[in-house]
Ligand binder design. Structure first.
Ligand SMILES: O=C(CO)COP(=O)(O)O
Length: 251
């Protein structure tokens, strides 16, 4: 059975003072019934990991370079994230695809590097609103999956996140039927590429305007194994109810 995962993406938010939120989250959910992950800015991973030691809260990065080391000013390698205390790294987020010109081929190279360093790669895919309106959603998701996901992926080193670009930070979410259509499609595609065993073991997260008020409805959708949460992951007060809803969701 797949272990459910509540993942928070702090994006470029937070500070040392904000790490109190991780303490509060861990204190309020000592036995959450799901995996809990916070991906803060890279500078906060080491201090956050030190404070989260012994709690159910794991730490992750938001990006890494495809190379293990070298002349790449401003970049961070997967091994560096791991050494700082990260167990996961988000890759191919739409904000990096759009803001940094990341292609699916680059995302695959980064995910391969992350997996080689012993990190779980959380690979993000998602359609633009115009692509959904043109009924191209599944084509877009399928293409991004084929090009972004490394061949050596397993349920232990890959998590796949469906984040419709138009749902991120907008307060808009797809309907449960729309989420289910994409997640069932992703599951079938993973099974076809990797075989039923691996294909069924990869966790599928939904991301985009998840909050306490809509979490239970989203977690009831087939093949939704958790969430990748932006704005509502920044405080224990907002993220706690999402963690609780996931912990209480029927397997
Ligand atoms: O981009 C997201 C998580 O990676 C979603 O962001 P919001 O939850 O703020 O919509």
């Amino acid at each position: 059975m797949r272990q459910r995962l509540a993942a928070g993406n702090w994006k470029m938010n937070g500070s040392l003072a904000a790490l109190d939120e991780i303490d509060a989250l861990a204190a309020a959910h000592p036995d959450p019934g799901c995996e809990v992950l916070i991906c803060p800015p890279a500078t906060l991973i080491a201090p956050a990991a030190a404070r989260a030691r012994g709690t159910p809260v794991a730490l992750g990065g938001q990006d890494c370079h495809a190379e293990p080391a070298g002349a790449h000013t401003g970049d961070i390698s997967a091994g560096m994230l791991k050494e700082a205390g990260a167990s996961h790294v988000i890759l191919g987020h739409s904000e990096r695809r759009a803001g940094h010109g990341e292609t699916s081929e680059l995302v695959r190279a980064k995910a391969t590097a992350a997996q080689a360093a012993g990190l779980v790669a959380i690979v993000c895919v998602g359609e633009q609103l115009s692509e959904r309106e043109a009924a191209n959603t599944l084509d877009i998701i399928g293409g991004q999956m084929s090009a972004s996901i490394p061949d050596g992926s397993t349920g232990h080193n890959l998590v796949l996140a469906y984040e419709p670009v138009w749902a991120i930070g907008t307060g808009r979410t797809p309907s449960p039927d729309q989420i289910g259509e994409v997640h069932d499609f992703m599951r079938a595609r993973l099974e076809r590429r990797f075989g039923a065993g691996v294909g069924r073991s990869v966790r599928l997260l939904y991301g985009g305007s998840v909050k306490g008020a809509n979490a239970a409805e989203i977690f009831a959708v087939s093949n939704v194994d958790g969430a990748l949460v932006g704005g509502a992951s920044l405080t224990a007060a907002a993220f706690g109810p999402i963690v609780a809803a996931l912990g209480a969701a029927a397997p």
